[in-house]
Design a protein around this ligand. Structure first.
Ligand code: AMP
Ligand code: FE
Ligand code: FE
Ligand code: ZN
Length: 275
């Protein structure tokens, strides 16, 4: 009875539809999954129907774009009321900011990469991100795959990068809790961040309402996650495992890191949705 609690679909920067994702979850033997697209809940309805078709358990989720103490922090949110007006209002802001930022990055990229940028900018993808820009660069023949495009053109150190507007992590935790949801710190020891999440910041975030930490994630560096895991346990936080599957957009395989049914039950016990 294993669950993958961190996955992306074509509603953000994954390459499989919510239905295809559910089909793949069944194929790899999962009991259930959460769909956690960036800054949008637009895949929930389809994922819920598909999960029920395939006899899988579905936990609604999302991955919020936030910043804490000058560090980019991804915050997973589970089991919240997607009709909550305060939260949805901030999600609209985040997605509008992503679109504006994509336009600005494209303006810079056009100078060096002649490719079909308009189709992307005119598309109705709910939540636009750098992976979509990477796809255009790959289609244009400039790079092998998304990872290569990130390394060579889309990294924050590169000349084309433009930051996108974020929520503060504290505000996001408060919004998720107020909407009845359960906030979990995503991939705090991911290699690509160049340093682990500062574990002395965990206690104040737990005080602010943080419920858990994603301690098992393919990109968490073992030597970085060990002390964070110990601190999360000391604070009585939930510890989750998940793959961060993006379809063919990233090497992460669906179900390569998972959570137990007990963890899912504990998340559900903390969720208080009004609808
Ligand atoms: P953004 O939120 O638009 O700045 O883009 C960040 C997203 O890019 C995250 O969801 C990552 O999963 C994805 N990403 C970061 N690095 C890579 C990489 N090397 N290859 C593929 N996707 C990546
Ligand atoms: Fe992503
Ligand atoms: Fe993330
Ligand atoms: Zn993710």
């Amino acid at each position: 009875m294993r669950y993958d609690l961190h996955t992306h679909s074509t509603c953000s920067d994954g390459t499989t539809t919510p239905t295809e994702l559910a089909e793949e979850a069944l194929a790899v033997g999962l009991a259930g999954f959460s769909l956690t697209d960036h800054d949008t809940t637009s895949g929930w309805a389809e994922a819920r129907v598909a999960a029920s078709t395939f006899g899988l358990d579905f936990l609604p989720g999302m991955e919020l774009t936030t910043t804490h103490e000058y560090r980019s922090v991804h915050l997973l949110a589970y089991g919240f009321d997607d009709g909550d007006a305060a939260l949805q209002g901030r999600l609209v802001m985040l997605r509008d900011a992503r679109r504006e930022r994509a336009h600005e990055m494209v303006r810079r990229l056009r100078a060096d990469f002649t490719a079909d940028w308009n189709t992307l900018l005119e598309s109705d993808t709910a939540s636009l991100g750098r992976p979509h820009l990477a796809d255009v660069l790959v289609q244009g023949g400039f790079f092998r795959d998304r990872s290569h495009a990130f390394e060579e053109a889309l990294s924050p150190r590169g000349p084309y990068y433009v930051p996108t507007e974020t929520l503060s992590t504290r505000e996001a935790i408060g919004l998720v809790r107020a909407a009845g949801g359960v906030p979990v710190l995503a991939h705090p020891a991911a290699e690509r961040m160049r340093s682990p999440f500062d574990l002395t910041l965990l206690a104040p975030l737990a005080e602010a309402g943080l419920a858990g930490v994603e301690t098992a994630h393919p990109e968490n560096r073992p030597e970085w996650i060990t002390p964070i895991h110990a601190e999360a346990q000391r604070l009585g936080l939930l510890t989750t495992g998940a793959s961060d599957y993006h379809g063919t957009g990233k090497p992460n395989r669906l179900g390569e890191c998972t959570s137990s049914a007990e963890i899912v039950a504990a998340i559900r016990a903390e969720s208080h949705t009004k609808r």
